[in-house]
Design a binder for this molecule. Sequence first.
Ligand code: ZN
Length: 294
Amino acid sequence: MPELPEVETIKNDLAAKIKGKEISDVKILWRGALNISAKKFVQLIKNAKILNISRRAKILILTLSNNYSLFVHLKMTGQLLYESVIKNYSSFAKATADKKLRIIIKNPLYKYTRVIFFFTDKSILAFNDLRKFGYVKIIPQSKVQNFINSEKFGPEPLDKDFTLEKFKEILKKYPRRRIKQDLMDPAAIAGIGNIYADEICFYAKAKPTKQINNLTTKQTELLFKGIKKILSRAIELRGSSIENYVDAGGRKGDYVKELKVYGRENEKCFRCKGKIKRVKLGGRSSYFCPHCQK
Ligand SMILES: [Zn+2]
């Protein structure tokens, strides 16, 4: 599942690629991704320009020139793929209307395309989603803030105002929770999921299952430092491609080779040479080193 570094990478990619572009058409291949009817969606979007691309938690927000914004959530398996040059553009566009896109585009990357935006310069942006948990919602700009507030997101961990003091305040709210649960709770801190929560716990030498009120002062400080360090480094390396995450150019992220515990069950710990263990926590796998994470 894409987490903050992956969504931030896509945001940066799209800012460079589609900002200022005008949407000439939209094709809906699966209307379940939308929050309004496909017909209304197309009507509203056509001829709008993309003014800005931002991110809050794991939601991408495309600000349009028509007083609407698009909210895109990739959830489990969503992708946003940008293609600058489409060969045989006219036949491609026609086939899309006929829902024959998969035949025209032999590229397996488009097998699970749900929505396609066509720009006036003949480039496209495809929203792909194998598992269909993701969405593309259109929201009037007057309601954008309400929508974000209703999600009750915690602070952005890479913002300057997310300080050690702020982090300690957050931890105090649920002292009996396990630390990993808090790291992954978007209402506590936005954008951290299963992969980076495990890596942050390893960095802090704290077991993911450790109760918050049992954390040492040192561990709390290291958790805070780890959040900043690991997420920033993961953005630098353009995210982690574990399952099907790719950036807006279809390329994989490179952070996987820096993962210390995630996905490394029974492998040697890089710090103490002990064996990495996997336990289930809240239905998800958690990886940690029982020897150096206490
Ligand atoms: Zn170890």
